[in-house]
Design a binder for this molecule. Structure first.
Ligand code: ADP
Ligand code: MG
Length: 244
């Protein structure tokens, strides 16, 4: 079953075309890697899928049979799309625990029971080796780079989206933190085998842990190459010049 289908997606900022007729699909349980040189449009693609209002969009985005075209970012998120940000916002006065509970409850018809919520939260904080006091801190206030990435991953574990897009989640993580974050992602993959993941990265390391199925290469806002895993090696050896 196809989870996500993107048809001729173009994105514009002030009449400047940044994405040009992107086509891609993600099957249930698949891990798709998106690579490409700096400025090739990877983050723009992630933001456009999520419905960022910065971009004018053309084309179709279909998640699990539903068109997302007319939906806001918030509505897309409720439909099961998740984007981990390269630079998440800080919010003074909102604890992580309250923020996550609210985020979960807006997705449910009846609110989650507090005891169940706490059990789930503690379980997932354990997976990410986060101290139990972490959930009482304010959202991203005074967090280290690694803690911000872990918080993003904690959101992923708590919200259980249909499709998770990870935009350079590995950047700035040391080897140990990277292992913890990817083990968190693998934990939720095991619990929800149908979840699809799109990984945007420059590095092989995260791919060793996440076991991707397919790779696509973006250049100048368009898909220039699609392939299997050996493509990653080919890119490492010969860069992006080989694709036009
Ligand atoms: P990547 O994530 O692959 O490095 P981006 O998606 O961030 O690339 O950027 C793709 C192109 O779009 C770049 O040329 C960038 O300058 C341009 N771009 C992205 N966002 C904006 C913006 N908000 N305003 C103007 N140009 C932008
Ligand atoms: Mg980027």
């Amino acid at each position: 079953m196809t989870l996500l289908r993107v048809e001729n997606l173009s994105a514009f900022i002030e009449d400047k075309k940044i994405l040009d007729k992107i086509n891609l699909s993600l099957e249930e349980g698949e891990v798709l890697v998106i690579m490409g040189p700096n400025g090739s449009g990877k983050s723009t693609l992630a933001q456009s899928l999520m419905g960022s209002p910065i971009y004018e969009q053309e084309g179709n985005i279909i998640l699990d049979g539903f068109s997302l075209n007319e939906l806001s970012a918030d509505e897309r998120s409720k439909k099961g799309l998740f984007l981990s940000f390269q630079h998440p916002a800080s919010i003074e006065g909102v604890t992580i625990s309250n923020f996550l509970r609210q985020a979960i409850n807006t997705r449910l018809e009846t609110p989650i029971r507090l005891s169940e919520y706490k059990r789930e939260l503690n379980k997932n904080m354990d997976v990410l080796k986060l101290d139990s006091s972490f959930s009482q801190r304010y959202l991203n206030v005074g967090h280290s780079g690694g803690e911000k990435k872990k918080l993003e991953t904690l959101q992923l574990l708590m919200l259980k989206p249909k499709v998770a897009i990870l935009d350079e989640t590995d950047s700035g993580l040391d080897v140990d933190a990277l292992k913890i974050v990817t083990s968190g992602i693998n934990t939720i993959k095991k619990e929800h085998p149908k979840m699809g993941i799109i990984v945007i990265t420059h590095y092989n390391k995260i791919l060793e842990y996440l076991k991707p199925n397919r790779v696509i290469v973006l250049k100048k806002g368009t898909v220039v190459k699609e392939g299997e895993l050996e493509l990653i090696k080919q890119i490492e050896e010969n860069g992006y010049e080989q694709f036009t």
